[in-house]
Ligand binder design. Structure first.
Ligand SMILES: [Ca+2]
Length: 377
């Protein structure tokens, strides 16, 4: 049974325009202040245009913020808007009019494309995608089972598409609204059966996965100098990926600044944000999130991944990605910005364990398999 298409016009007023803060600059400053490191903290860079397929246990290069495990080709005509992972395959959603697709790639075969479905009609501009699951009851037998789906947003049209998985047959469409009217990134949070949606603003919209109606929204903020009490709103949050760091079993994962809260918590910064217009606050119906759960995101035109508290919106970790495909090399190649994250749910087992993540960018010649180890988290 297909989730019913829902029309939702939920344009809350945005009375306060906020400034755009460069997280890389802020992190560099904070890092330099605390450790003397200029913020990159990386070892020598590899050639980012050389594709190679390596064994899963080897580290190609160690970085201060991640380990590089594998480099595979990526179609340089793909204007990547989102990555998702399901049942051993990497799914990719691309943008631009007439060039928007959802694709299925095989990461065990140099990311060979197995299937490609155009976004129709062709004037639509594809945006983020996410895998999710719905519980479906067979009307005749009365038995229930899970069905896997892929959801796709569009840039300015306010419509989305739903596909079956793994065969990517289009099942339906839906309409939606956001704070800007645009759709950017989307990720599914099974813990609460919700989608988190970005729209280029500092807000993340939280949708009920069954109705696709907005339930609340959170404001993404960053405190460049921890403990300073000075937070900035962060705009241009783009591709999203729900992650539970608990998979890597880091002993000190609870030592992050992620508050263990559900529905906003008591006496936290969330209370202060409750008074901000456009921000929905304490909702006792939200199941408590584990401190290890987060929304990974990349920021438009910044070479970072950020880890966002799914309740408070606070960025509690920034991964510096400037060396994975350096900007000067990208400009030479005609490639665009970093955009595309998916967590596979697997962890590399070797001398250490790490959370496996695929990342790429718009028109990039490569995709990168990296890991976030306990040292990075
Ligand atoms: Ca993703």
């Amino acid at each position: 049974m297909l989730t019913r298409a829902v029309t939702a016009l939920r344009l809350l007023s945005l009375s306060t325009m906020t400034s755009h803060w460069d997280v890389v600059a802020l992190v560099s400053a904070a890092s330099a202040a605390s450790s003397g490191d200029g913020g990159g903290g990386t070892t020598s860079s590899t050639s980012s245009t050389t594709s190679s397929s390596m064994s899963s246990s080897r580290i190609l290069r160690r970085s201060g913020d991640y380990n590089l495990l594998e480099v595979v080709p990526h179609d340089t005509s793909s204007f990547t808007q989102g990555l998702a992972y399901f049942d051993g395959h990497v799914y990719e959603g691309t943008g631009m009019e007439g060039r928007s697709y959802v694709m299925k790639h095989d990461p065990t075969d140099n990311m060979r494309t197995l299937h490609r479905v155009p976004l129709m009609p062709s004037h639509l501009f594809g945006e983020g995608i996410s895998h999710y699951r719905v519980w479906t009851t067979d009307e005749r037998s009365g038995r229930g089972h899970w069905e896997d789906r892929l959801i796709q947003l569009t840039y300015t049209s306010g419509v989305g598409r739903i596909y079956s998985l793994p065969d990517m047959v289009r099942l339906g469409e839906f309409e939606y609204g956001t704070s800007t009217g645009e759709g950017w990134g989307i990720t599914y949070v099974p813990h609460t059966n919700e989608f988190y949606v970005s729209d280029g603003s500092e807000y993340l919209m939280v949708w009920d996965a069954d109705t696709l109606m907005e339930k609340r929204r959170i404001t993404v903020t960053f405190e460049a100098v921890p403990g300073s009490g000075k937070s900035s709103r962060i705009r241009y949050v783009n591709e999203l990926e729900f992650v539970d760091y608990a998979i890597v079993n880091c002993d000190d994962v609870d030592d992050t600044t992620t508050p263990a809260v559900g529905g906003g918590g008591e006496g936290t910064d969330d209370d202060a944000r409750c008074e901000d217009e456009g921000t929905t606050c304490a909702d006792e119906s939200i199941p408590p999130f584990s401190p290890s759960m987060a929304i990974l995101a990349n920021l438009w035109y910044q070479d970072v991944l950020v880890s966002i508290n799914p309740v408070s919106g606070v960025i509690n970790k920034v991964y510096d990605m400037r060396d994975i495909y350096p900007k000067d090399q990208r400009e030479e190649d005609g490639a665009d910005c970093l955009n595309g994250i998916t967590v596979t749910g697997r962890k590399r087992k070797s001398e250490e364990e790490g959370l496996e993540v695929w990342v790429t960018g718009k028109l990039w010649p490569n995709m990168y398999r990296i890991e976030l180890s306990c040292d990075h988290i």
